[in-house]
Design a protein around this ligand. Structure first.
Ligand SMILES: [Zn+2]
Length: 82
């Protein structure tokens, strides 16, 4: 785990559905699953949500069901045991 990474509390991996296994990198906003190794860059996430909203033709500005890292409920601080 990189020093810039923090666990995203309450987030579920889109790949393996494992809860609380996603790490958010505060440098590039990418996410990584410690369980299955799934990674997603902020750019990919952006593309995904655009594609989704187009497909759904959402009437309103609805919150995507996918993990929205910038709006995560809370981010667990990892204590440095050093
Ligand atoms: Zn996973």
């Amino acid at each position: 785990m990189k020093p810039s990474q923090r666990f995203i509390a309450g987030a579920v991996c889109p790949e393996c559905q494992s809860p609380d296994s996603l790490l958010l990198d505060s440098n590039d906003q990418s996410i990584e699953c410690v369980d299955c190794g799934y990674t997603q860059t902020a750019e990919q996430r952006d593309t995904d949500s655009k594609r989704e909203s187009e497909a759904q033709q959402s009437r309103r500005k609805s919150v995507p069901e996918k993990v929205n890292v910038s709006d995560i409920i809370r981010i667990t601080n990892i204590k440095n045991t050093d």
